[in-house]
Design a protein around this ligand. Structure first.
Ligand code: PAF
Length: 283
């Protein structure tokens, strides 16, 4: 696996595959890789000739006071994990490479509607930062396809809309959530949990599953959401939101059949997110 820091080195490494018309897959990451990221690499490996992962902790998607400085950086381990997962190239640019004019007034990509509310409501500017850096990576790598985890459901929706609206010729692939044996969705931020918090964390997934059961049996959406909120509080979480949306993140109507339950909740120092898709009954 080649590790590349500079844009010119990336272009040099990609010129052969581009000339040969090979399929290039991009797996964007912020590092501190776990089995969820490696599932993205595997998904990419099965669909492309060349797999490029990127590793960049993007300051633009962190608000002041968030965990930018504390975000775990484990470069050597990440490099080794990507290499054994069959990744061909790792693009790990410096901040000054992607933002040569600094971070105060960079050109930004804003994806309206879908980036508002939910995580976008609690983390103002977060999805502008994500869309901006992903758009840069799409321009630099020019992949045939790009893989993102379904755990970040709203992020995936933002990227799909950006790629469609800006006519980016890139297939966006969502890859199912990878969970620990006890159901907790894998996330780099799980590492912030104490042993005691880690033992409580699967209650987020359990609550979503219980809510899904109730909704599939036709129980009132408001009652289910209120009860879910209480259950999370009793389990020691500070719920940020619990929401039921259609799969495009619009509010559900009586005609909605395919829906998604989304949750974000604080547990100790960590903000955990999770989601579950479900089929709503016809009335
Ligand atoms: O999901 C992430 O790790 C990041 O938001 C992404 C897509 C790599 C952009 O920085």
């Amino acid at each position: 696996m080649h590790t590349l820091q500079a844009i010119q080195s990336l272009n040099d490494a990609l010129s052969g595959p581009r000339q040969r018309g090979q399929r290039i897959a991009l797996v964007p990451t912020m590092g501190n890789l776990h089995a969820g990221h490696l599932a993205l690499v595997q998904h990419a490996r099965e669909r492309a000739d060349v797999v490029v992962a990127s590793l960049f902790v993007n300051p633009l998607q962190f608000s002041p006071g968030e965990d930018l400085d504390a975000y775990p950086r484990t470069f050597a381990d990440d490099q080794a994990a990507l290499e054994s997962a069959g990744c061909d190239m790792l693009f790990a640019p410096r901040t000054s490479t992607l933002y040569p004019n600094g971070l105060s007034t960079p050109t930004q990509v804003h994806v309206p509607d879908v980036s508002e509310g939910l995580c976008g409501g609690s983390r103002p500017g977060h999805f502008d930062g994500v869309a901006t850096v992903v758009s840069m990576l799409f321009h630099l790598v020019a992949p045939t396809l790009a893989c993102f985890g379904e755990k970040d459901y709203q992020q995936l929706a933002v990227i799909r809309k950006m790629a469609a609206d800006l006519h980016m010729p890139i297939k966006i692939e969502g890859v199912p959530i990878v969970r620990a044996e006890d159901g907790l969705a894998l996330s780099s931020r799980n590492g912030y949990l104490s042993t005691e918090e880690r033992a409580r964390a699967p209650a987020l997934y359990r609550t979503l599953r219980a809510m899904r059961e109730q909704l599939m049996h036709g129980e009132s959406h408001t009652d289910v959401l209120e009860q879910g909120h209480r259950t999370l509080q009793e389990a020691g979480f500070t719920p940020d939101y619990l929401a039921l949306r259609d799969t495009h993140l619009n509010p559900v109507t009586t005609r909605t059949r395919k829906a998604v339950l989304l949750a974000a909740a604080g547990l100790g120092p960590a903000r955990l997110i999770d989601n579950l898709t479900l089929e709503l009954p016809a009335y």
